[in-house]
Design a protein around this ligand. Structure first.
Ligand SMILES: Cc1cc2nc3c(=O)[nH]c(=O)nc-3n(C[C@H](O)[C@H](O)[C@H](O)COP(=O)(O)OP(=O)(O)OC[C@H]3O[C@@H](n4cnc5c(N)ncnc54)[C@H](O)[C@@H]3O)c2cc1C
Length: 560
């Protein structure tokens, strides 16, 4: 890279981070910055390290002409800098769900495999793993029509997904899930299908998800890691891959360079490299270029900090291309509190009580899948909302039942102790009159009181004439003390990765496969676009385990 280009990039970086910090300061002005001890039993792995990513709309727009640091591929690491070399059939990058499955499946087919991971350990999240036609669903006579899932994924993506990839998933996920269930049986791990789904006119949730007990995907990924080791796969933790090797960006990808504790390692691959490095949740510069709406989030759900889009960038540096439309998995219910994921998510505020924006106005049907809710939230002034309830919240909450993890409200994950905790921290505010509550919320009194009056009218009528919310979720705000909590959208993952074909090969700008280069999970693309189809519960994990597994099998089957 030319010297002046390095200086220009450096300046741009500095300007970007200054704007970001100023935006954050503005946003946090008048909001709460208290620390909080963990109360909610979380569902995320790793050590909490929440990015304080809150911005004003001014700092969101990225100039079209902006050149990003990753636009210029780095110079190849010189041979003289390589400390160690190794040769394998298959290298898998990233030990998340996709990577663990890829490594196992490739080794199971007899390939010599190395699995490289940036972190100290494997990565897991959540617990819903979508499958259809597996033996567990069949045994319970839960038949999910594949055409409905196809239609749902395509609808969420506004028909921008590659339908052949969705067909591949639907055709193969049951077979792969059966293998995983066999592994779980042998390891004495219990599992079940989550059938606690809901349906109302804006959406229907499908009983696709299987959960593993007791620790959800900590259990699943922990189990897979043991099986991967037992298959003789070499796992190199704390060894991030930094570059792929493709001579003159033509022909086959023949390996990669990674950074170990003792220096650079070159891994030569006879068959292929499988990119399973996840998305770019932790890369703000990539938000600016590929998903500017992510600049409005109140925080991210990838506390590991390791999802910096490495595989996507490495793939592009050797000629691969990324899908055009973004697909962040947005979430609702993030407070402004600094600290870990668990401290920042107020599950009561995720329930479809009354939502008002900073102008004190109601703006949408609160009872939508949470990605939709989050899209509405970031469209409001300042990208914040207040959830408002009255003294009956403890009874009313049981009527709510959101999609997927919003259901947490029914479990001990939300109770009076949690309420008091967040109240004590000032995250939940309470007042005996609506006017006093408006003052605490810092929203205009008259507008807020009028909004509550209108909402109570709708409750009385039993029909939401304004936004069409399920009447069962219309609960009056009449009994003091009144309560409210301010939250914004969170970002769980990004799912717009490198374009692939149905052999899981990364495609170039002419849609031709790059020999020796594969991608699965969130490093791969064209499956989800626009918005995550949360109604096909657990399909992000579904894609990760299925495509990881298939990629491992396909690469191992190559002649080499
Ligand atoms: C809190 C939370 C809950 C969720 N719950 C659910 C759910 O219940 N159901 C569902 O379907 N989805 C859920 N998701 C989304 C889902 O977890 C992810 O989409 C999925 O795990 C992606 O798997 P992956 O293997 O592609 O990526 P990841 O799990 O992100 O794994 C990528 C791995 O690659 C490593 N890596 C990155 N760069 C490098 C490099 N240069 N070299 C080597 N290694 C590298 C990373 O450290 C990481 O270990 C949730 C997400 C979050 C944040």
């Amino acid at each position: 890279m030319a010297k002046d280009e390095i200086i220009r990039n450096k300046k741009q970086k500095e300007t970007g981070s200054k704007a970001f910090n100023e935006g954050r300061r503005n946003f946090l002005k008048g909001s709460l910055t208290v620390g909080a001890a963990g109360l909610l039993a979380g569902f995320t792995g790793g050590i909490p390290r929440m990015a304080q990513a809150t911005t004003t709309s001014e700092s969101v727009a990225a100039p079209n002409c902006k050149k990003f640091s990753f636009d210029t591929p780095p110079a190849p690491i010189a041979a003289s800098q390589i400390k160690t070399k190794k040769s394998v059939d298959v290298a898998v990058l990233g030990a998340g769900l996709a990577g663990l499955c890829a490594a196992y499946a490739a080794a199971d087919k007899g390939a010599k495999v190395v699995l490289l991971e940036k972190r100290k350990t494997f990565t897991f999240h959540g617990g819903w793993n979508a499958s259809v036609d597996d033996r567990l669903h069949k045994a319970q006579k839960i038949i999910i029509p594949k055409d409905k899932i196809m239609a749902e994924v395509m609808r969420f993506s506004a028909y921008q997904s590659n339908a052949r990839l969705i067909k591949l998933y639907l055709d193969e996920c049951g077979r792969v899930m059966d293998k995983i269930l066999d592994m779980a049986d042998a390891a004495d791990i219990k599992y079940y299908v989550d059938t606690d789904n809901k349906s109302y006119w804006p959406y229907t949730e499908f009983p696709t998800a299987i959960q593993f007990l007791p620790g959800w995907n900590f259990t699943l990924c922990g189990m897979l890691e043991k099986y991967v080791k037992a298959k003789g796969v070499e796992i190199l933790y704390e060894t991030p891959a930094v570059q792929l090797i493709r001579k003159n960006n033509k022909g086959k990808v023949t390996g990669l360079v990674a950074k170990g504790s003792d220096g650079y390692i070159q891994v030569n691959t006879a068959k292929g490299v499988i990119l399973c490095t996840g998305g770019y949740v932790n890369n703000r510069e990539m938000f600016e270029k590929y998903s500017p709406r992510c600049l409005k989030i109140a925080g991210d759900g990838y506390p590991e900090g390791s999802n910096t889009g490495d595989g996507i960038l490495m793939g592009m540096w050797v000629g691969g291309i990324k899908q055009e439309t973004d697909c962040p998995m947005l979430w609702d219910g993030f407070t402004a509190i600094p600290g870990g994921f668990r401290n920042r998510v107020v599950n009561l505020a995720r329930q479809p009580f009354l939502y008002v924006n900073l102008l004190g106005e109601r703006y949408a049907n609160e009872d939508a899948p949470f990605g939709y809710t989050a899209n509405q939230d970031i469209a409001q002034p300042g990208a914040w909302k207040w959830t408002v309830w009255d003294a009956n919240w403890d009874k009313d909450k049981d009527k709510m039942h959101g999609t997927v993890c919003e259901k947490m409200v029914k479990t001990p994950l939300w109770n009076n102790k949690a309420y008091d905790h967040f109240k004590g921290k000032g995250v939940i505010v309470e007042a005996d009159t609506l006017e006093a509550l408006a003052d605490k919320m810092q929203v205009p009194r008259a507008a807020f009181v009028a909004t509550v009056k209108r909402y109570n009218e709708l409750v009385q009528k039993g029909v939401d004439e304004d936004f069409g919310k399920d009447p069962a979720k219309l609960t009056a705000i009449v009994k003091p003390p009144f309560g409210a909590c301010k939250t914004g959208a969170g970002l769980l993952v990004t799912m717009d990765g490198l374009r692939i074909n149905t052999d899981l090969q990364v495609l170039d700008a002419e849609s031709k496969p790059i020999d020796g280069l594969y991608a699965a999970g969130n490093a791969s693309g064209d499956f989800f676009c626009n918005d995550y189809p949360i109604t096909t519960t657990g399909i992000s994990h579904g894609r990760a385990y299925t495509f990881g597994w298939l990629a491992g099998e396909k690469v191992a089957a190559l002649k080499g």
